[in-house]
Design a protein around this ligand. Structure first.
Ligand code: FAD
Length: 599
């Protein structure tokens, strides 16, 4: 990861820096812009929303509550007092509490009156549901503090480059599962930090080699782990599994280990070959007992892709297992210490701007306009502005790209195969309780309940939300297909039902125990692409067949799953492709100039 990053900084300065127009300031777009700026080019990053970060900034609205300890940053002022229900209105956002933050926004929102809570429905068709009658506190502060896995070399390298390593709150090296059969109890997989001699770390030697395109099969990118080292990591992961006796019996563990053997010896080639099978099918084929899937892989599938093992591609699990088992800190997790737009995205923007790049919010691309030869002429924005560049990058979610694809590109196989990649629905639920819950850890927890996936008590895990007196649970509600169109209160009731089963001493559905102070429900109808079998061949490379047009995004081809790491790496690979194509791109620009002059 570090090698690839430094290759951009140390590459010869371009005689004519390219103006690269990038759509979408999620992690992929930010990463593309950052590394292009490092390579001496001029990125212009255009973000549709008024907030940076895309999926890592699941936007929340905060309902105005004078007694609340929350500090709303922006207020929505309706232009008309008397509005029908439901309605569309133009709105303006301006700063209320922080004069420094004054921002003006124009747009359209669909609003429903009468619900107590506020929530943004989606990034795609930005609509908002909220409590009306007061000014409505809106957005930008995300409560979703993402966790990050230790096997994320590119994300870690990025934090290092930005000098913000101290913003990562590392947790114990464990995976912790709730025990639905033993309410209130948890079962842990503890990964030993120090292995007994001769397995201890001093035995581990790391051999470096130049893997500049990030396609290495296993181990850290840019760093190939030696055979000894791989064995250690495997032992560390396997020890964690073997030491846990609460979830799996010994015969189940043995059968599972035997089933996994081909993956361990077959490496990446084997992993990729399993893309055609769902997790459930693979387990059956390998003779792994059903209980292993029920006990462990439902939780893992939901955590990785928000779907169940009968839908998820086994490749997805094997990629994750490889990281967990093969890399020393593969399963180590960290929480960002506060809201991602401010704590992670802003430093990237500062970096881009310090090198002459631009980042513009509220700049939604409406159309990709083409030249006669089918290459990109410009991006047309919703505002009517037309943005031209030497090179164009689309770093939006795949669903948006498909909506905006020009007609005469649609039949090109590179774009046509994108049809198979479709964002999966997911719901985030935030609940503030009136008391501190005892049954929580300073960690991410796997709920292992039918409706929920992972969750965390943010009042314990994340600095920005520390509270010694009241818990705030952030929960991922998945699979969400059946729930995405239901009301917030139905979702909260269902969530409370699940929590009551898991923690009967502390939570009950009638709230006679812990009481809800407030809640948010954030629905994302299209999040990361649904990793069902046979998706892998449909993931596009960053360089498209259209000269001067590139893609970045977690769904594009890179060795990680649709994740933060995947998004950051995709931005680097996109930058790498542009840097490699530099001569061609400059020649293309000159050709266009000549044609325009003659014309
Ligand atoms: P996005 O983040 O979707 O960014 C795309 C950007 O394009 C957005 O900012 C969007 O507003 C913008 N855009 C859209 N349309 C336009 C347009 N027309 N013009 C201009 N801009 C446009 N990953 C992890 O590694 N760890 C986790 O713990 C984790 N948890 C997750 C939990 C949830 C609930 C979700 C939904 C995802 C989670 N992920 C996690 C996945 C991770 O967040 C994503 O893989 C990653 O952030 C995707 O980044 P991206 O830049 O590819 O896409």
């Amino acid at each position: 990861a570090a090698l690839l990053s430094s290759s951009f900084r140390s590459s010869p300065r371009p005689s004519k820096p390219l103006k690269v127009v990038i759509a979408g300031a999620g992690l992929a777009g930010l990463s593309t812009a950052k590394y292009l700026a490092d390579a001496g080019h001029k990125p212009v990053l255009l973000e549709a929303r008024d907030v940076l970060g895309g999926k890592i900034s699941l936007v929340n609205t905060k309902w105005v509550d004078q007694k609340s300890q929350l500090r709303p940053r922006y207020f929505l002022k309706p232009r008309a007092d008397d509005v029908p229900w439901p309605f569309i209105l133009d709105f303006k956002l301006d700063s209320h509490t922080h004069l420094n933050d004054v921002q003006w926004l124009h747009g359209k929102m669909t609003m429903e009156i009468g619900t107590k809570q506020a929530c943004i429905y989606s990034f795609i068709d930005l609509s908002i549901r909220c409590n009306f009658g007061y000014f409505i506190a809106a957005l930008t502060e995300s409560l979703f503090c993402l966790l990050q896995v230790g096997a994320y070399p590119n994300v870690q390298n990025l934090f290092g480059e930005l000098g913000i390593n101290d913003r990562l709150q590392w947790k114990e090296h464990s995976m912790i599962f709730a025990m639905p059969n033993k309410p209130g109890e948890f079962s842990r997989f503890d990964f030993p930090e120090v292995l007994p001699a001769p397995l201890n770390e001093s035995e581990i030697r790391i051999k470096s080699f130049g893997n500049k395109d990030g396609d290495g099969a296993l181990g850290f990118e840019g760093v190939e782990t030696s055979k000894t080292c791989r064995k250690m990591y495997r032992k560390e992961g396997i020890l964690a599994i073997l030491k846990n006796n609460e979830m799996l019996t010994w015969p189940e563990k043995v059968k599972f280990a035997i089933g996994l053997l081909p993956a361990m010896v077959g490496g990446q080639a084997y992993v990729e070959a399993q893309d055609g099978l769902s997790v459930k099918e693979w387990m059956k084929k390998q003779g792994v007992p059903d209980r292993v899937t029920t006990e462990v892989f439902i939780a893992m599938s939901k955590a990785l892709n928000f779907i169940n093992p009968d839908e998820l591609s086994m490749q997805c699990i094997l990629i994750a297992l490889n990281r967990f088992l093969q890399e020393k800190h593969g399963s180590k997790m960290a929480f960002l210490d506060g809201n991602p737009p401010e704590r992670l995205c802003m430093p990237i923007v500062d970096h881009i701007q310090s090198l002459g790049g631009e980042v513009k919010l509220n700049s939604r691309i409406k159309k990709i306009e083409l030249n006669d030869d089918g290459t990109v002429k410009s991006f047309l924005l919703n505002s009517g502005d037309v943005i031209e560049g030497d090179v164009y990058v689309f770093a939006t979610p795949v669903d948006i790209l498909k909506l905006l694809l020009p007609d005469n590109w649609k039949e090109i196989p590179y774009f046509k195969k994108l049809e198979k990649l479709v964002g999966v629905p997911v719901i985030n639920v935030h609940i503030w309780f009136d008391r501190k819950l005892k049954n929580t850890y300073d960690h991410l927890l796997f709920s292992r309940s039918p409706l929920l996936s992972v969750y965390a008590d943010m009042s314990v895990t994340c600095k920005e939300y520390y509270d010694p007196k009241q818990s705030m649970l952030e929960l991922v509600f998945a699979p969400a297909e059946e729930w995405i169109s239901r009301s917030d209160s139905e979702i909260i009731d269902a969530t409370m039902g699940e929590l009551a089963r898991l923690f009967p001493d502390e939570i009950s559905t009638d709230q006679s125990k812990a009481k809800i102070v407030k809640y948010h429900v954030v629905k994302t109808p299209r999040s990361v692409y649904k990793t069902i079998p046979d998706c892998e061949p449909c993931r596009p490379l960053q360089r498209s067949p259209i000269e001067g047009f590139y893609l970045a995004g977690d769904y594009t081809k890179q060795k990680y799953l649709a994740s933060m790491e995947g998004a950051v790496l995709s931005g680097k690979l996109c930058t790498q492709a542009i840097v490699q194509d530099y001569e061609l791109l400059v020649a293309r620009g000159q050709r266009e100039l000549t044609e325009a002059t003659i014309g």
